[in-house]
Design a binder for this molecule. Structure first.
Ligand SMILES: NC(=O)c1ccc[n+]([C@@H]2O[C@H](COP(=O)([O-])OP(=O)(O)OC[C@H]3O[C@@H](n4cnc5c(N)ncnc54)[C@H](O)[C@@H]3O)[C@@H](O)[C@H]2O)c1
Length: 291
């Protein structure tokens, strides 16, 4: 039988709500924490909506969906996270903010609790330096949308203990995720390849090589990707792509990471993708993740 955990998820945005759904679905008590009440409420609503749609699509039965919903609790005070065996941090991509949160967690959770960060571009070692127990800090980079994507990149920091890495892999096993181990380097494995490739696709569109539909169709048809670059960018969000690409460029100084001008125009126009109803394509449905 798989062990059950109490999991605290910090940040109820795109990733935090998706990760909370993964935890509750796997049978773990899930405490979803955010500093903004409206974001927390929206996060809980998003998770419930995901389970409801999973039932409607016949992917989950009623009893399992109600069980998963009952395991999710919204928390507004960090001190209520004391029971957590695992903390998954998914707040804004800001080193000072994440370090400060990890420092506060030292006084809240047990020293044996695992502290996971879902950072995309920051150093795991840098974030862990906020904690008095950096040996239990591990990077776990979930892919968006977290409930649907199997892969999680696992990045131990400079001080991560072997026991913490092993316990992290056991935990990811309980979620039925596929873990790949990578090093604490900017962009880990996936974004190191994905970001320059997405930039090439955007530049190709901008130069008139093909329409968004034809480039997407070429990629799905010939390369076997489940969705083309423009559908994917609309799911991720153009603002997030711009932020991740720019941060990687700043660290790596490799021009392939620099977002093409079209990205800035789209972000300035509020064409962020699915979440604003318009990106490369238009959408009636602005849900953060489907089922
Ligand atoms: N969006 C993606 O595709 C993606 C994919 C993988 C990893 N990530 C990483 O996941 C993290 C979260 O990204 P996101 O896209 O979900 O961001 P988001 O903006 O959707 O959500 C961030 C949430 O953090 C909350 N927050 C801010 N400060 C907080 C604090 N002190 N305590 C608790 N909550 C706080 C905000 O209120 C907000 O709800 C980032 O580190 C990002 O790099 C994002």
């Amino acid at each position: 039988m798989t062990a059950t955990y109490t999991v605290a998820v910090l940040g109820a945005g795109t990733m935090g709500s998706g990760i909370a759904a993964v935890m509750a679905r796997a049978g773990h008590q899930t405490l979803l924490f955010d500093v903004e009440d409206d974001k927390l409420a929206r996060g809980v609503e998003t998770v419930h909506g995901f389970f409801d749609r999973s039932v409607a699509l016949g992917k989950l039965d009623d009893a399992r969906a109600s069980g998963a919903k009952s395991r999710l609790a919204a928390v507004t005070d960090l001190t209520e996270l004391g029971a957590a065996d695992v903390v998954v941090e998914a707040v804004y991509e800001d080193l000072a903010l994440k370090k400060d949160l990890f420092a506060q967690l030292d006084d809240v959770v047990s020293p044996s609790a695992l502290l996971h960060t879902n950072t995309s571009t920051l150093s795991v070692t840098g974030i862990a330096s906020g904690s008095r127990h950096p040996e239990r800090v591990v990077g776990t980079h979930y892919c968006n949308p977290a409930p649907l994507m199997k892969l999680v990149e696992v990045a131990p920091g400079r001080h991560t203990a072997d026991w913490a890495q092993k316990a992290t892999l056991d935990f990811l096993d309980s979620l039925r995720k596929s873990a790949v181990i990578t090093r604490d380097r900017p962009g880990f494995i996936v974004n190191r390849f994905l970001i320059p490739w997405e930039n090439r696709c955007i530049a190709a569109l901008e130069s008139g090589l093909g329409s968004r539909e034809s480039i997407d169709a070429a990629v799905t048809g010939a390369l076997g990707h489940p969705m083309g670059p423009f559908r994917l960018l609309d799911v991720v969000g153009l603002d997030i792509h711009q932020q991740v690409a720019t941060r990687l460029y700043e660290q790596l100084r490799d021009p392939r990471f620099f977002p093409p001008p079209m990205v800035e125009r789209m972000v300035a126009a509020g064409e962020l993708g699915r979440k604003t109803g318009r990106g490369f394509y238009t959408y009636d449905d602005t849900r953060l993740f489907g089922s």
